[in-house]
Design a protein around this ligand. Structure first.
Ligand SMILES: [Zn+2]
Length: 218
């Protein structure tokens, strides 16, 4: 933001209104109130962004409060593998000393836990800009054990990823759904060579078509 614009914003209601109109894009007018400075979207303990997820709160030390997508545009999903079990992931993400956590953890049987709201910036990618623009999905298992990536896990994760692509309106391709290993500056290698990208992205596409049809129907 340049200085002139900043002054205008401070100066008063009209300028704020104009700025809102200018940045609103495709949002409908009814959703605009939370873009006014000082207003935040409503939050309720236990609320989830992905309907079928179970809320399990991460330690507040492992994420930063934000107001996405008003303050940061969300246009990436980062795919992780825990290098451990689902309970281990929940435990370390609840530990304030860990310093990192993802928004979601997917279990081998397809159960999904949401640990951080998508409004907020989770520390999962090892890169601040990528943390600010992405949603992180962890998967139970180990990178060198392909059998850990079960059909139920792929399906649940694809449904979740499609829901995120749909809500923030970005494509389900390899530019936008990214392995942790490809995030600039990271030294992590997950999800590793056994993650089946062709199969996974095909499933995300399929779920995305389904989500769009539901929207058209409803
Ligand atoms: Zn990772």
């Amino acid at each position: 933001m340049d200085i002139t614009r900043r002054r205008l914003l401070i100066a008063g209601g009209t300028a704020v209104g104009l700025s809102i109109a200018a940045t609103a894009g495709r949002d409908s007018a009814s959703r605009l109130w939370w873009r006014v400075p000082g207003n935040e979207k409503p939050r309720k303990e236990g609320d989830v962004d992905h309907t079928s997820a179970e809320w399990v709160a991460a330690s507040t030390a492992n994420w930063r409060r934000a107001d996405r997508p008003a303050d940061y545009r969300v246009d990436r999903i980062v795919i992780h593998v825990v290098q451990g079990s689902y309970p281990t992931a929940l435990k370390v993400f609840q530990d304030p000393a860990h310093g990192a956590a993802a928004h979601y953890v997917v279990r081998k049987d397809g159960h999904v836990a949401q640990m951080i709201r998508e409004l907020d910036v989770a520390f999962h990618a090892g890169n601040q800009e990528w943390n600010e623009r992405s949603v992180g999905i962890e998967h139970e298992g180990f990178v060198d054990r392909p059998a850990d990536f079960t059909p139920q896990m792929y399906r649940a994760s694809a449904r979740l990823a499609a829901d995120i692509c749909h809500r923030y309106d970005f494509p389900a391709d390899r530019e936008h759904i990214v392995p942790h290993a490809k995030v600039p500056g990271t030294d992590h290698t997950d999800p590793g060579p056994h993650w089946d990208w062709g199969r996974y992205l095909g499933m995300v596409e399929e779920e995305l078509r389904r989500a769009r049809r539901r929207r058209t129907a409803g």
